[in-house]
Design a protein. Structure first.
Length: 428
């Protein structure tokens, strides 16, 4: 073929072993670039993700552009540090991990989505890995991949505790993605997995159930739910989503893990349940946002249901490290009880605690139940219990973004998606 000039802008003339070679720079494949087959798979994934978003052309375009940017520029430096591995990560393997994780790689997401270590610099690799992988988990892997190829190995690999650790994140967008992903998991991936059927010992189902009940020993689980019960310290839609999550978990524990189908809640948790979604419960400035009918109806049913047994009584049970209990279940309060831990961190005395608003006279029949009745507003047995119950994590969350005027998808909050994709902060 006709050789190009030596000074050509897109070719270079080289002689190797006497053979004239032409390198066409414009057509050279970038090292690690995706193949035609991989590009085709990505386009199909992109179509799946964007078609699941609200019917907003601008939003879908922004999401598509951001995912394409991450697809074309995958981050592989720092993966070994984040995952604790010694592998040879390349742009190609990093791209697969983010967009097309194998079943074996699904468990890696439990590490990928966690926060950077306390005191880590802002450029810690965990920070850059967290946002992109959390977005893909939220938008694609949990809702669209087969249960057995992602959700199940993610859960058994520590995924639930990883999501629970983000429920108090100062980043409200990241917090919302974590809680929403949690809800999708409890739904069993479009009813593929039935959480309400007793598992067979030794099966994968048993490992999934062990992970779900294991949340009882993770302080961030109940603390995260309590924090998001307050409209002033959560994200748009956060109170109702966290209430749905609490409703699932308490009902699931009672049905499958309490021998007599009875569980007992602390006065702090009952008080939060009664006022769930009200702004200013934790002492923060009130936000003028009406509560949805869905939230009001659900909290009324849950309070009436779970307050029937009365609050946890007697000496405060303290777990190793000083964690307090909020939930007990077993044959009776006098027997050995299972407990749900809350944060053991000693908070400053200036941290606001749950504020009990006076109950209207006409609502007293809801608070006082049974022949003898009980008062959930009574103090818990120690000041420490009340102090740590619904503490707001430090640093304080940023001002809450307002929800969009309308959305055809109640599950997907536009600000939550855009934050994770870098439109409200650098992520890719």
């Amino acid at each position: 073929s006709r050789p190009y000039a030596a000074n050509s802008s897109f070719a270079q003339r080289l002689t190797v072993n006497g053979t004239l070679r032409c390198l066409y720079w414009r057509k050279m494949v970038k090292p690690g670039a995706p193949s035609a087959l991989e590009e085709s798979r990505f386009k199909a994934l992109l179509s799946t993700v964007t078609s699941s978003l609200p019917d907003d052309a601008s939003l879908r375009s922004q999401v598509g552009e951001s995912l394409e940017k991450q697809w074309n520029n995958p981050r592989h430096e720092g993966l070994n540090e984040v995952l604790g591995t010694a592998g040879d990560w390349t742009p190609k393997s990093a791209r697969q991990l983010m967009f097309f994780p194998t079943t074996d790689q699904a468990s890696m997401y439990a590490r990928l989505i966690r926060d950077a270590p306390a005191g880590a610099p802002s450029n810690h690799p965990q920070t850059s890995m967290q946002s992109g992988h959390m977005v893909m988990l939220y938008l694609h892997h949990v809702p669209h991949l087969p249960w057995g190829s992602f959700a199940a190995p993610f859960i058994t690999g520590g995924g639930l505790s990883a999501l629970a650790s983000l429920m108090q994140s100062p980043n409200l967008y990241l917090r919302g993605q974590a809680i929403d992903s949690f809800l999708q998991i409890t739904a069993g991936s479009a009813s593929v997995f039935d959480w309400w059927s007793p598992p067979v010992t030794g099966s994968t189902d048993k490992a999934l159930h062990d992970a779900m009940i294991g949340l009882a020993s993770i302080p961030q689980w109940m603390e995260g739910l309590l924090l998001n019960s307050d409209a002033a310290t959560s994200y748009p839609g956060g109170p109702v989503q966290s209430l749905q999550l609490l409703a699932f978990w308490l009902s699931w524990v009672r049905k499958l893990h309490s021998s007599n189908s009875r569980i007992y809640l602390s006065r702090t948790l009952l008080a939060a349940l009664r006022d769930w979604g009200a702004a200013g419960m934790s002492g923060t400035e009130c936000v003028d946002e009406p509560l949805s009918e869905e939230l009001l109806e659900l909290r009324s049913k849950l309070f009436a249901d779970f307050s029937r047994e009365g609050p946890i009584e007697g000496a405060v049970f303290t777990l190793p490290g000083g964690a307090q209990q909020h939930v007990q279940w077993g044959d009776s309060p006098a027997d050995d009880m299972h407990t749900v831990a809350t944060d053991v961190t000693q908070m400053s005395s200036t941290v606001p605690t749950a504020v009990m608003e006076p109950v209207a006279e006409e609502a007293e029949d809801v608070i006082e139940l049974g022949d003898e009745g009980f008062d959930i507003s009574a103090d818990d047995n120690t000041a420490a219990v009340a102090n740590n119950a619904a503490a707001t994590p430090s640093p304080s969350p940023p001002p809450r973004p307002r929800p969009p005027p309308s959305s055809k998808s109640p599950r997907l909050h536009i600000p939550l998606i855009l934050q994770g994709l870098g439109h409200h902060g650098r992520c890719c």
